[in-house]
Ligand binder design. Structure first.
Ligand code: PGA
Length: 255
């Protein structure tokens, strides 16, 4: 069955001392808090190597917040998948709404990144999510289907066997507004059905679909208790070890 994954997206926060302190505290509490979940932290790129060292032999996984779709060469400012793997990353967040809506990433760009990450042997965490106007206009499913199809063009079910999806309604990110457990569950069930229709039921049953958007210790248990919610992608609350670990501790045992 699907084991929950609780991932912390530190975004563009922390200087090195703060990052290492946070990593130390997460590592120290991980074994006790995360009996039922895999734990992942995604620090800013400059701290990946030192955070990896700080996490040491703990069971906390390391991820990056983005990657380049090219393998190497003249791409100033970019970071390749091979570099991230070398730094100790197992996962890469792709197509986060801040990259789509602030940095202008398109589905096509995200799709190339998914391909590069899979080819590099890492796990993509593909983010999708609708904006408030789209939800209010009744377009949530159409927008998500479009993001899924556009970000996952040209793959077989086998290619995608390691993929993680994160549903993050844009209106819930960093706003303190969370999708209700029922709203989130309905979208997760829809995404799983979409995967079954485009690929196979087996793939749909196997892939983890995380919820993200103002997940906090006090709403985590209800969200993570939904049948199609397989963990959380946590922004603000992942910057404090206590709240991040409390969210992880709210994950139910895989049924
Ligand atoms: P938030 O961010 O938990 O601060 O809403 C979630 C995310 O953007 O991944």
């Amino acid at each position: 069955m699907r084991r929950p994954l609780v991932a912390g997206n530190w975004k563009m926060n922390t200087i090195s001392a703060e990052a290492l302190q946070l990593a130390r505290e997460v590592a120290a509490g991980a074994a006790a808090a995360a009996a039922n979940a895999d734990l992942l932290v995604c620090p800013p790129a400059p701290w990946l190597v030192s955070v990896r060292e700080t996490l040491g032999g703990s069971n906390v996984l390391l991820g990056a917040q983005d990657a380049c779709y090219e393998k190497s060469g003249a791409f100033t400012g970019e970071i390749s998948v091979a570099m991230l793997a070398d730094a100790g990353c197992s996962h890469v967040i792709l197509g986060h709404s801040e990259r789509r809506h602030i940095m202008g990433e398109t589905n096509e760009t995200v799709c190339r990144k998914v391909k590069a990450v899979l080819e590099g042997g890492l796990v993509p965490i593909l983010c999708v999510g609708e904006q408030l106007e789209e939800r209010e206009a009744g377009q949530t499913e159409t927008v998500l289907d479009d993001q899924m199809a556009g970000s996952l063009t040209g793959f077989t079910a086998e290619d995608l066997s390691s993929l993680v999806i994160a549903y993050e309604p844009v209106w819930a990110i960093g706003t303190g507004k969370t999708a209700s457990p029922e709203q989130a569950q309905a979208v997760h069930a829809h995404l799983r059905k979409w995967l079954a229709g485009q690929y196979t039921q087996e793939l749909a049953d196997q892939l983890r679909i995380l919820y993200g958007g103002s997940v906090k210790p006090d709403n985590a248990a209800e969200l993570l208790g939904q049948p199609d919610i397989d963990g959380a992608l946590v922004g603000g609350a992942s910057l404090k070890a206590d709240s991040f670990l409390a969210i992880a501790a709210a994950a139910p045992a895989a049924g």
